[in-house]
Design a protein around this ligand. Sequence first.
Ligand code: PMT
Length: 397
Amino acid sequence: MSELASRRILLGVTGGVAAYKAAELARLLVKAGADVQVVMTEAATRFVTPVTLQALVGRAVLTDMWDASVPNNMAHIEASRDREIVVVAPATAGFLAKLAHGFADDLLSALCLARECPLLVAPAMNRQMWEHPATQRNVATLRADGVAVVGPAAGDQACGETGLGRMSEPADIYAELVALLAPKTLAGKRVLVTAGPTFEPIDTVRGITNLSSGKMGYAVAQAAAEAGAEVTLVSGPTALPTPPRVARVDVTTAREMRDAVLARAPGTDIFIAVAAVADYHVVGAKDHKIKKRAGEAPTLTLAENPDILGEVASLPRPPFCVGFAAETENLREYAQAKRKKKGIPLLAANLAQEAFGADDNALTLFDDHGEHVLPRAPKIRLARELVGHIARMLAPR
Ligand code: PMT
């Protein structure tokens, strides 16, 4: 089931070119099973018709403060009362100014003022308007008032200029809604995650690495942040963007990863080791490119890398440690042996041939109570289930 199934969302649309993207956001929300009420400002209706949005969400769009169809004629109060969140996308510079100063002269601004649920805004405007000190002051005021802000993004603008001010993509606004509505099961917890491969140099241009993309580890970091944790992600080389609200530390080798992790382990509540750490590094890696000589193959001498998870688990006051294991066969047997050897309470096992680089995965969790199968699903969904499992294991009984 989707994360937003049955969630009651009010989508506010204000008058900017990006209003056409509100239709795509509405479609994504409805596809996810959310119950969506759309409210448009008069200016928004100049860009997209209410009929379009009504057709997408399957219920009448509200535009008028004086809408007589609302039984008590109090649309500005009623519209948000049964909603779990209000999202305004796009939010123009003018609308942000109104919100920051508490103006309530149309239905959408009035219901934002009267609401009891969280508010997310997705600013969209010309780059000069975004950079103007007045807009920046207004956004700072809104943040201080507890309003969540997603974007804006940088890029080509409808006015022909290029810069910061484009509305975030509907998929990013959707992800932000998922994060804001997620149960805060790890609130107040500090979580440290490792992700990706490590790269062990042979010389300045060659090295030993593996096929980890970082997708599983980044998804775990994102899911922990969504659950309200303060998350640090120690990442080997990947091509992935940092998940929102996650602090990222980039490393290359296993020994660098170890140093970055051990420096942060004190004060960490939960350590989740998802990285595929290289087991060996090359002794005497060269600080220049090794010259190829015909008929001669160099011999590499390897030395074992530190066991990062093992070291963290053996600290005098270790965090709650979660390991991963990728095996090509005998998954259950090898995973259970690995959990015992590392002395950790929880281990997530996956099949290497299905997990490395893929968008989907399947996990089996091993803990003191036995095994829990998480069937094949996108990595972010599995990560959320894993985080839920950790939160339940840590919850006071
Ligand atoms: O990055 P993706 O493409 O999304 O792929 C995800 C993944 C397959 C890499 C991930 O799901 C996974 O299984 N990671 C663990 C890979 C593995 O088999 O690790 P391992 O058996 O070498 O190590 C077991 C555990 O000890 C792991 O938690 C590992 O992070 C940790 N470890 C291992 C070696 C080492 N020197 N230090 C460690 O901390």
